[in-house]
Write a protein that binds this ligand. Sequence first.
Ligand code: 5GP
Ligand code: MG
Ligand code: MG
Length: 171
Amino acid sequence: MPELIPLISQQEIKEKVREVGQRITLDYKGLDLVVVGVLKGSFVFLADLVRQITIEHEIDLVGASSYEGTSSTGQIVFTKQPDLELKGRDVLLVEDIVDTGQTLARIIESIQLLNPRSIKTCALIDKNERREKQINMDYSCFCLDEGFIVGYGLDYNEKYRNLPAIFDLKL
Ligand code: 5GP
Ligand code: MG
Ligand code: MG
């Protein structure tokens, strides 16, 4: 059986998400914010984050998948394009975790083609040790060097997304 080691508590997540939501609220005042979550891993974070953003905004989802097990397959598959018109608008991409950066870099490229006014990035976790693509992370809740984590939306082979806190997975 894989072992789950507690890493970030529900309380720590709650406090950090509130703080980041407040920063986004201030930064996007007067702008035309569209928060775009990256499926599937961001769905729990996204749901909590948008409830801490107290200015009017719209929400959309894109689907991208690159992982099987605990290592990248190297191929990024787009499973869903945005539904909303993003042209001329201020897009905030919300990811669960940025590791090599390949996924987010590809998503940024494809969103750029839709001519938004601005694109910024937000991640629950910035895992920097294996970064291959230089991406500017505008908002990160937590930074990690290494490890494979699950819970709060993050999966291992589609399991553990429902865990309310974040755990280190030891196989
Ligand atoms: P990247 O393309 O940056 O290497 O990987 C990004 C995607 O890989 C994330 O959106 C996430 O779905 C998955 N991923 C990367 N590291 C982890 C991890 O530690 N745990 C889980 N569950 N998924 C990860
Ligand atoms: Mg993801
Ligand atoms: Mg995954």
